[in-house]
Design a protein around this ligand. Structure first.
Ligand SMILES: Cc1cc2nc3c(=O)[nH]c(=O)nc-3n(C[C@H](O)[C@H](O)[C@H](O)COP(=O)(O)OP(=O)(O)OC[C@H]3O[C@@H](n4cnc5c(N)ncnc54)[C@H](O)[C@@H]3O)c2cc1C
Length: 458
């Protein structure tokens, strides 16, 4: 049993009172905050780092997953606008290459950080960076989050809110509020983390020639296998799935795994960061020695933290399941569509990765209810920790989906504010109409909930 101490009770200042408080500035939080502010709510976005972007910038995840179902864009709205804005802010060569690309668009993290800053400020959101939320205060009946306790360089303070959106990626706010959750698989296993990084001083034309001249699409895979056999790389992930070329001499890399890291534990994150950097250094030596075009590669940056794929899944009014995914099911309260495949990374170096694809042109609905944590009336959860089974989390977790859920939750919070309603009291039909007006795509057959035969929305 751990030793505990009791802190003296403290009086702390109320730093702010806002309509909508968004916690976490990753893809979901950015979209949630912008949508709430655009909907007329006085909105604050709290982020523990000194910049926005979540895994896409903090952990240097090198590319945006597909915005299409391989036939057409299905993630539209704010997420698509932000990605297009990043492209416009990149160098001319980058724009030329990726102008028409919607799937696997490489992330230039420094450009993206500035694009997110600007987008947040233009929409009227109040950002508060360098600030960590470590507690919540609930109403007497424990159904409402009245605000959060934060710590930052200024000290400890309280931020009061009428509505709150948990975009922490880990469901920190919902967990602190006592909402039940699941973490990982049946035996508690979690997808591994990866330390992503940027390599400068690489020669893309030479690398391309190497692949072309080998005449084998699996050449890189074989090179990795050879390096493992030589002992130059550890056992485990064989594919370098994410080589994202920002320019001909700069590439983002997502390769290799760090196992057994629970992203909600500081000790695990510490070990993960150290092990991740060691792995990245070993990979750098591999690239230099085995991969033509990488002979002079230079490690320009590694993630500020290990990339975390999976922690809590918060229990919501509905739990989206793999059956829903495979049946490409639609729901009366859909607020987005998803077509990204189920992508569950191996939990240890011997186990297999799981993939499950929907056919091109097919997507399933993402119902509003998966963002409503059970038992709390003024809280939404958006992003990789929404209410789903483990398999679906392996698909919903990617950034385009996080943007969609964020936009829907922020729009819903603004509606709730206008009506003085709880998260379950808003008109889902009006939410859907607003999302459609904001260029969100809800499927070919989407008829806002109130126009459906059965009448009222769930
Ligand atoms: C290695 C790896 C590779 C991936 N590859 C891709 C890919 O190629 N394409 C893709 O689209 N997706 C990819 N993903 C998935 C995707 O990046 C994440 O699942 C997604 O970014 C999650 O978004 P989010 O907004 O839910 O959370 P996050 O991006 O994790 O953002 C949460 C934010 O909340 C902040 N925060 C957390 N807790 C607190 C707190 N208590 N107080 C204050 N702030 C807090 C964090 O600092 C962070 O900025 C990958 C993920 C990993 C780890």
């Amino acid at each position: 049993m751990k030793r505990h101490i009791t802190l003296p009770s403290a009086s702390i200042p109320v730093a702010r009172e806002v309509d909508v408080l968004v916690i976490g500035g990753g893809a979901s939080g950015i979209a949630a905050a912008i949508a709430a502010a655009k909907g007329g709510a006085q909105t604050m976005l709290v982020e523990q780092r000194g910049f926005l972007g979540g895994m896409g910038t903090v952990a240097l995840v090198p590319a945006f997953c597909p915005f299409t179902d391989k036939r057409k864009p299905i993630i539209r709205g704010l997420g698509l606008q932000l990605m297009e804005r990043m492209k416009q802010a990149c160098e001319p060569e980058y724009r030329e290459e990726y102008q028409e690309t919607l799937d696997w668009v490489p992330i230039d993290p420094e450009v993206l950080k500035r694009v997110y800053d600007d987008a947040i400020l233009e929409s009227g959101v109040m950002p508060l960076y360098h600030t960590f939320v470590y507690d919540v205060v609930l109403s007497e009946d424990r159904r409402t989050v009245e605000g959060v306790v934060v710590v930052n360089k200024t000290g400890r303070s309280f931020i009061a809110c009428r509505y709150i959106i948990d975009c922490s990626g880990d469901g920190d706010i919902a967990a602190l509020a006592g909402v039940p959750f699941q973490k990982g698989g049946k035996a508690g296993e979690l997808q591994p983390g990866s330390m992503c990084y940027l390599l400068a001083n690489v020669d893309r034309p030479k690398f391309k020639r190497f692949l072309e001249e080998s005449g084998d699409t699996g050449q890189l895979h074989k090179t990795v296998e050879q390096a493992i056999a030589d002992g130059a790389l550890p056992e485990g992930r064989k594919s370098i799935s994410g080589l994202a070329w920002i320019s001909d001499c700069l590439v983002g890399v997502n390769f290799g795994h760090v196992f057994g890291v629970d992203g909600t534990l500081a000790e695990d994150l510490t070990r993960g960061a150290i092990e991740g950097r060691r792995t990245a250094e070993r990979q750098l030596q591999f690239f230099r020695r085995y991969v033509p075009g990488f002979e002079h590669a230079h490690m320009a940056a590694s993630g500020e933290q290990l990339g975390i794929r999976e922690t809590r899944r918060i229990e919501g009014d509905y739990i989206l399941t793999v059956e829903d995914f495979l049946a490409a099911r639609s729901f009366p309260d859909d607020i987005a569509r998803n077509a990204y495949y189920i992508d569950i990374h191996l939990a240890n170096s011997k186990s297999e990765m799981t993939f499950n694809h929907l056919p091109p042109g097919v997507s399933h609905g993402v119902p509003y209810r998966i963002m409503l944590p059970v038992g709390i009336d003024n809280l939404w959860v958006a992003g990789r920790c929404v209410s789903s089974d483990r398999a679906v989390q392996g698909s919903l977790r990617v950034m385009p989906n996080c943007f969609s859920m964020g936009q829907a939750s922020g729009t819903a919070a603004a509606l709730a504010l206008r009506d003085g309603a709880g998260s379950r009291g808003i008109s889902v039909a009006e939410l859907q109409r607003r999302l459609l007006e904001q260029d969100v795509w809800l499927g070919e057959d989407c008829i806002p909930a109130e126009q459906q035969k059965e009448g009222s929305a769930p």
